[in-house]
Ligand binder design. Structure first.
Ligand SMILES: C[S@@+](CC[C@H](N)C(=O)[O-])C[C@H]1O[C@@H](n2cnc3c(N)ncnc32)[C@H](O)[C@@H]1O
Length: 235
């Protein structure tokens, strides 16, 4: 894992190592919800910001939701890509991660610069309520660890709170299905196959781009989805 500074990772090596330690201890306790043993790399965090950069109207501020912020590598990158007036909601139900994110709003150079426009929610994303609207949603949730019903509920929620024309970008890890086919119990493998079908269905209906990021541990894929202008809801 790289620990160098970059525009998308203004934190120094000490902060990155501290974040990696916290992430690993939480992953060991709650692997189903955490889904990885290391935080996302700056390369993955940067690529997830595609639709924070590509705006239909450069003068209009964006309302951005990051779901599953963890120790905040993607949050930091979003802060680096935000423009005046943009707002950012960070969500994570893990109390240790939420506390860490609140701390970053004062200690991290990039996030503290926009702290008056950032809100941290210690919550499941689907508990945020439907009286909100976002232009961009960036999701780090480990869909491969969830049931098909959970993935459907979360994607339905994203498309309910996404404005028409808004974008959802989310990532997963390459080759997890193939690895699980060999080492996981059959029931777990089949659960992942079924949740993968739900993701595939949404990508088929709303996908506007996909990319692979090899500079991440493990290598990742990203899907970008767009809510149609004429579509008022989810599935
Ligand atoms: C794979 S980690 C990604 C963390 C961080 N975004 C990154 O890229 O390093 C997944 C995160 O999603 C959070 N999470 C799991 N289920 C969630 C849910 N239903 N709503 C919001 N966050 C959730 C976990 O606590 C964890 O921090």
């Amino acid at each position: 894992m790289a620990v160098t500074q970059s525009p998308d990772n203004p934190a120094g090596p000490d902060s990155r190592l501290r974040d990696a330690r916290l992430f690993l201890t939480q992953a060991l306790q709650t692997f189903r919800a955490t889904g990885s043993v290391v935080p996302s790399s700056p390369a993955l965090a940067h690529a997830l910001n595609r639709y924070v950069d590509e705006r239909p109207d450069p003068a209009a501020p964006l309302s951005i939701l990051e779901s599953g912020s963890g120790t905040g590598p993607v949050s930091r990158a979003i802060a680096a890509h935000m423009r005046p007036g943009d707002t950012l909601d960070l969500v994570d139900p893990n109390p240790r991660f939420a506390e860490h994110l609140r701390g970053l709003l004062t200690t991290d150079p990039g996030l503290s610069a926009v702290a008056d426009r950032v809100t941290v929610h210690e919550s499941l994303v689907t508990d945020l309520g439907v009286d909100r609207r976002f232009d961009v949603i960036i999701s780090g949730l480990p869909f491969a660890n969830f049931t098909a019903e959970e993935v459907q509920e979360i994607l339905d929620y994203y498309f309910t709170v996404l404005r028409p024309g808004g974008h959802l970008s989310f990532f997963g890890y390459l080759y997890t299905k193939q690895v699980k086919a060999i080492i996981a119990p059959r029931a777990d493998y089949l659960r992942q196959v079924r949740s993968g079908w739900v993701v595939d269905d949404w990508v088929k209906r709303y996908g506007v781009g996909r990319e692979r990021v090899f500079a991440n541990v493990p290598p990742a894929w990203i899907f970008h989805l767009r809510k149609p202008l004429e579509d008022g809801g989810g599935s």
